[in-house]
Design a protein around this ligand. Structure first.
Ligand SMILES: Cc1cc2nc3c(=O)[nH]c(=O)nc-3n(C[C@H](O)[C@H](O)[C@H](O)COP(=O)(O)OP(=O)(O)OC[C@H]3O[C@@H](n4cnc5c(N)ncnc54)[C@H](O)[C@@H]3O)c2cc1C
Length: 497
């Protein structure tokens, strides 16, 4: 959509001038001559995603002293995302408890349902099913079948074209060749980053943009979209270590379950036992002696509670974990607080009937309403003919502005911008769009910026009986990062509890 059109729609939908200023647009002083007739009749669903008030309360500092511990456990895990849940699963023979801030466990990997279609609220697909990941999924009972082609397509003036057959075909083939060679070498930039050789680590000293510029400059616009959607910035900001690691997607199969990676979280919850996961509880303080203070996320005047643990795991984003342990090593806290995160919207478009079924993941470089969208139904392999859900990934290009807009909470103009652009590309029948559901992420997409891998390798992971275990520790927001952290910590903890 052109800028002027966007401003008209925004104005019509009540986006305040203050917000327009925030997103860097000048308000158009001329009102449209004839207001366009309402052309969609979709319902805007309730926001899902981060609960900001509890997080902001902790950020602003809670002075309350910890009350007397109400009970003792051997292992207390703070955060029920994929890292916390997989760690709990690996340590499940011990006396443990998971405290999770939100009402549903899963973190970035949660799902909901529309007319029988399970769709992702965040994390959607995975690629690495090699050892140890594949074995882990299979043991959980996950059915690992690669997605059928076309898995990825890119926008051209004549519609979406399979990526390997589009204008970039020759470049992609060259990248694939280089990746196959690299992936067989010790110097491939691995996750876990602890496996990095000195040669691989050199990639962390340059940006992904600089790496691509040499041999694949024409791939940069597409790489940029991937960087925004998965790595928290443009290729100029992102470390070549993680950028090149991500290129493995061009040679590996993609796997997606109905509801995306929430399917893994659900399997983990049932294997751990839901009674061992206390949801809706925000941790605000962790003491060196293992006492953990928490309160009900949704209560206005919550009671402060405390549990004593022999070992505590912070399975929450590092910048946030730093707030909970102000007594830890100052240099480590400085690193953790200095990490960057993007803000993000995932917009699920819920249709009556099947309006779009052309493969899985779709890209359109060069516009800013969204980065990519996936067909939720495609992952099920057995399309539901009566409905269709398109999951749109819409990272904000300015994280601070994005947070302000998400906090302001006016979803209508944010949804409309995405809907209009997707309609332009897919030509879906406007009357078939029944509901738009937005999920908000204030700080969730970790920015894999240049130099961050060396920083993370130098960061201590244990502060006495308090341990870090979160995908942030691998410098990249991915399922493999979350699992790698749990794989590394589980044997350490098993010796202690
Ligand atoms: C929109 C989006 C799309 C993504 N898509 C993909 C994808 O397709 N493929 C892929 O591989 N990766 C994807 N990722 C990244 C991947 O999903 C994540 O890296 C992974 O799920 C993170 O798991 P985690 O447990 O490390 O962290 P999180 O999911 O961040 O879990 C941390 C948990 O801690 C809880 N918590 C935080 N603070 C507290 C507190 N004080 N007290 C109690 N609980 C607390 C949070 O509520 C949360 O549940 C995506 C991420 C996002 C945001």
């Amino acid at each position: 959509m052109r800028r002027r059109q966007f401003l008209r729609h925004s104005g019509q939908l009540g986006l305040s001038l203050a917000c327009l200023d925030l997103i860097g647009c000048q308000a158009d002083p001329t009102p449209p001559a004839t207001p366009p007739a309402p052309d969609y009749a979709y319902k805007l669903g309730e926001w899902t995603g981060d609960t900001f008030p509890a997080m902001h309360r902790i950020r602003d500092g809670i002075k309350a002293e910890l009350p007397k511990p109400e009970k003792k456990v051997k292992l207390l895990i703070i955060g029920g995302g994929l890292s916390g849940l997989s760690l709990a699963h690996m340590c499940q023979d011990t006396d443990l408890l998971v405290l999770e801030r939100e009402s549903t466990p899963g973190g970035n990997a949660k799902s909901e349902n529309y007319q029988g279609i399970e769709y992702a609220l965040g994390s959607a697909y995975l690629v690495d099913v090699e050892k140890p990941f594949g074995e882990f999924y299979r043991k959980l009972g996950m059915d690992l079948k690669p997605l059928p082609q076309p898995t990825e397509s890119v926008w051209t003036p004549s519609g979406f074209v399979q990526m390997e057959k589009g204008a970039q075909a020759e470049t992609i083939e060259r990248i694939q060749k280089e990746m196959r060679k690299m992936m067989d070498s010790r110097d491939y930039p691995h996750i876990p980053i602890q496996r990095a050789t000195p040669a691989a680590l050199k990639l962390d000293d340059i940006s992904y943009y600089d790496w691509l510029k040499k041999d694949y400059p024409e791939y940069i616009p597409l790489a940029d979209e991937y960087c925004w959607t998965a790595l928290g910035g443009s290729s100029k900001k992102i470390t070549a270590y993680i950028g090149v690691n991500g290129l493995s997607e061009l040679v590996m199969d993609m796997y997606a379950f109905p509801g995306g990676n929430a399917a893994i979280a659900k399997k983990l919850v049932s294997a751990i036992g839901p009674e061992r996961i206390l949801t809706g509880q925000s941790v605000y303080k962790v003491e060196q002696d293992g006492r953990v203070g928490f309160f009900d996320t949704h209560a206005e005047n919550p009671e402060f509670r405390c549990i004593q643990a022999e070992q505590v795991v912070l399975a929450c984003p590092y910048y946030f974990a730093a707030r909970l342990i102000p007594w830890a090593d100052p240099q480590a806290l400085k690193t953790m607080r200095g990490l960057e995160y993007g803000s993000y919207m995932v917009v699920n478009l819920c249709f009556e009937g099947q309006v779009f079924h052309q493969g899985y993941d779709h890209w359109c470089p060069g516009q800013d309403a969204w980065a990519d969208f996936v067909d939720a139904d495609y992952a099920a392999g057995n399309p539901v003919k009566t409905a269709n859900v398109i999951t749109v990934y819409a990272p904000f290009r300015d994280a601070v502005v994005g947070r302000a807009l998400l906090q302001a909470g006016d979803g209508a103009p944010l949804a409309r911008k995405v809907v209009d652009d997707i309609q332009l590309r897919t030509q879906f029948p406007k009357d078939k769009l029944k509901e738009v559901r937005i999920t908000r992420y204030g700080h969730q997409i970790f920015c894999s910026r240049q130099g961050v891998i060396r920083q993370l390798l130098a960061l201590p992971r244990h502060f006495g009986k308090v341990h870090l275990c979160h995908s942030d520790g691998q410098g990249c927001a991915s399922v493999e990062s979350a699992l790698s952290e749990a794989f590394a910590l589980a044997p350490v903890l098993k010796k202690k509890v």
